[in-house]
Design a protein around this ligand. Structure first.
Ligand code: SF4
Ligand code: SF4
Length: 208
């Protein structure tokens, strides 16, 4: 029954791919954007120190509200190294080192008709041998260490290593980052990151 309702809704609305980034995002999840505020507040992951907010650590628990609040800036990412060779086609190999599933879901979302990553020339690949970038989600876990090392070794150069979400970059609230922070070429903030942030970061990762 529910499936039928979704089907009818789809027929009524049609498939609408957003015009982002030429136009503003249609439906942004505010609580996955930059937090702005002041003062030292209690933060379970020390994402606010001396009044400075650190997107790599924030898990968006909202404990700092109302001193800090989201204002809608989706550009919460860091690009240490970009690779213009990937401007025309950019193949991503998703890797779950110990994620809760939400980063995975948001990464999957960028392939949906609403965001349609293929219009940017971005694709998923299921083998690191065909990957331009590995997108790592989740904290460091012993069980996935060997698989991660093998995947990184199997990728041809040039290549980019991307952290998606606070777990992969800093360990979030659960542990330590999947790799040492300085090993990432790109760090995408959020817990989980929203699709607009992911697409914007991927664009910058190839020098656009
Ligand atoms: S939302 Fe939570 S994790 Fe993020 S800065 Fe505020 S208190 Fe820290
Ligand atoms: S960063 Fe947040 S959403 Fe992503 S895996 Fe960690 S806990 Fe889950």
């Amino acid at each position: 029954m529910i499936k039928n309702l979704w089907f009818l809704r789809g027929l009524r609305k049609g498939i609408r791919t957003e015009k982002f980034p030429e136009e503003n995002p249609v439906e942004i999840a505010l609580w996955s954007t930059e937090l702005i505020g002041e003062g030292n507040v209690e933060c379970p992951v020390d994402a606010i120190v001396d009044g400075q907010w650190n997107f790599e650590k924030c898990i968006f628990c909202r404990k700092c509200t109302p001193s800090f609040a989201p204002k809608g800036n989706i550009n919460i990412f860091r690009v240490r190294n970009n690779e213009p060779a990937f401007r025309k086609s950019f193949h991503l190999f998703p890797f779950d080192s110990g994620a809760c599933g939400a980063c995975n879901a948001e990464l999957h979302n960028i392939a949906s008709p609403q965001y349609d990553m293929t219009r940017f020339g971005i694709f998923f690949t299921n083998t690191p041998r065909h990957a331009d970038a590995i997108v790592i989600m989740g904290v460091w876990t012993q069980g996935m260490k060997k698989a991660l090392d093998l995947a990184l070794d199997a990728m041809p150069g040039p290549k980019l290593v991307i952290a998606l979400g606070s777990c992969a970059s800093t360990g979030g609230i659960m542990g330590k980052g999947a790799l040492e922070n300085e090993k990432y070429d790109v760090i995408i903030g959020g817990c989980p990151p929203n699709p607009y942030t992911i697409l914007s970061a991927l664009e910058k990762a190839r020098g656009d």
